[in-house]
Design a protein around this ligand. Sequence first.
Ligand SMILES: [Zn+2]
Length: 301
Amino acid sequence: MRKRVFDGSGLLGLLLCLCLCAGCAAPPAEAAGIPDEPDVQQEQDVEPETQSKPESETLRANEPEPEMGAEPKPEPAPEPEPEPEPLPLEGHIICLDPGHCVTEEAGKGYREPVSPLSDETKPRYLSGTSGATLTEEQLNLQVGLKLRDALTELGAEVVMTREVSEISLPNTERCRIANESGADVHIHIHADGSESEKAHGVSVLIPDGDLLGTPSIVEESARLGELMVNRVCETTGAKNRGTVPRSDLTGLNFSEIPSVFIEMGFMTNPEEDALLSSGEYQDKIVAGMAESLLDWYGVER
Ligand SMILES: [Zn+2]
């Protein structure tokens, strides 16, 4: 009988085989002694979720839930202030001259030149005409002050040669005030008189040009005169006597800016005089004069 002898070779083979298998199971890097490298793919996968959210979302998530009904009301947006419409006569300067005045100088025989281009003279102070209740000086001032207020409301800067009755104001001085005021236009306010009680109606006196110091104002004065007589006759219903060129008026001849004399009506005509002294009729005159200035300046409306 053959005796079985253990020679150990079988056991050695088994051990070798086990060792090799164990080596295969270990990670290769570890097995090779290579230092750990971060597993990039894995790190991206485990990035915290909050870091990928936008900041605002994160903050909102941390805010306490608003209570029902306790939400603060949003402030209403302030209404933008509307730009104020410019007034129609803004930027314009108008000089008004209520004709005549009350002065002790009147009876002293002073004279003034008719024109800067002439040696001819005329009385410095003329009293003007008068009606049943008013003198011409008083009527001219009443209408002048009303027109001042109306034009100021339309945005104009108004320069008055006088705002009182008692003042010594020659015609050359009235023109000096207008010329130096920076005004665009000089309007003399007067009323008419006649030996005939029947004469009535409105006219506007304009520079003739023959004896003027400033011929360049003739055309623009005539244009305003035409507009004024037409507008005032529209608003008052008075007879239209048109424009009348005059070369003998110091107040036109010394003016360096367009200038007109309105003759608002006849104080020697009892019916027209009664109208002229009433506030209502004066308002109509003022409305017509203001309209003519809006026309003259080319204000659209
Ligand atoms: Zn007069």
